[in-house]
Design a protein around this ligand. Structure first.
Ligand SMILES: CC(C)(COP(=O)(O)OP(=O)(O)OC[C@H]1O[C@@H](n2cnc3c(N)ncnc32)[C@H](O)[C@@H]1OP(=O)(O)O)[C@@H](O)C(=O)NCCC(=O)NCCS
Length: 169
């Protein structure tokens, strides 16, 4: 597996991840197709500027055009506080092979070597078994339940944090 920065050509993967009812079942339902080109452009711009990381998961180096999913790490303000948040997605045909866990661990390793991220937060839905499993097994600490507004919908989530400098397993 390798990770690479998001590119404009990843629009199709974005649509398959974010506009699909099964993929978005734990994230409040599918997002409208119309917003996806702007979303990719924003992510490419922010990756180039180095403010956000959006890493595409390429399962096989020999097939660089095949994308399995994505891991993103970005800063944002919540309740007046600046936090670093991580999120991930893996397409159905690539799920269950450990790819998400491996990719999240790799990004946390990169963050560990880059002092600006500090404590990293994750907010998987309380019902998202694999995502909560990833948090638990990589060394995240459970903070508590939290309602989170995502794309205009309120999700009931588990709030997890990790300091990759000390907690990454
Ligand atoms: C969540 C998601 C990224 C998992 O991707 P994946 O590549 O299949 O995950 P992995 O194969 O790395 O498995 C992760 C861990 O979850 C465990 N797991 C799988 N299903 C599980 C379940 N129902 N309950 C508990 N743990 C589960 C796996 O055993 C693995 O842990 P282990 O390595 O310690 O055994 C993928 O299902 C997805 O993209 N779903 C849709 C979008 C989404 O919900 N994104 C996350 C938002 S927080």
């Amino acid at each position: 597996m390798l990770l690479r920065d998001v590119e404009y050509g990843d629009l199709d993967a974005y649509v398959r991840m974010r506009c699909d009812p099964a993929m978005m079942a734990e994230l409040g339902g599918p997002l409208p197709r119309e917003g996806m080109a702007a979303k990719v452009q924003r992510d490419v711009r922010r990756a180039a500027a180095g403010t956000d990381w959006t890493k595409m998961i390429v399962p096989d180096e020999a097939e660089p055009d095949v994308v399995a999913g994505t891991v993103a790490l970005w800063p944002h303000d919540t309740d007046g506080e600046r936090i670093s948040e991580i999120g991930w997605m893996v397409l159905p045909e690539f799920q269950g092979r450990g790819l998400a866990k491996q990719a999240v661990r790799t990004v946390l390793g990169l963050a560990r070597d880059d002092s600006r991220w500090g404590l990293i937060h994750a907010f998987p839905a309380t019902t998202n078994g694999p995502s909560n499993g990833i948090c638990r097994s990589l060394g995240f600490r459970f903070v508590g339940r939290q309602d989170v507004t995502f794309a205009g919908r309120v999700l009931v989530t588990n709030h997890w944090t990790i300091d990759p400098r000390t907690d990454l397993t």
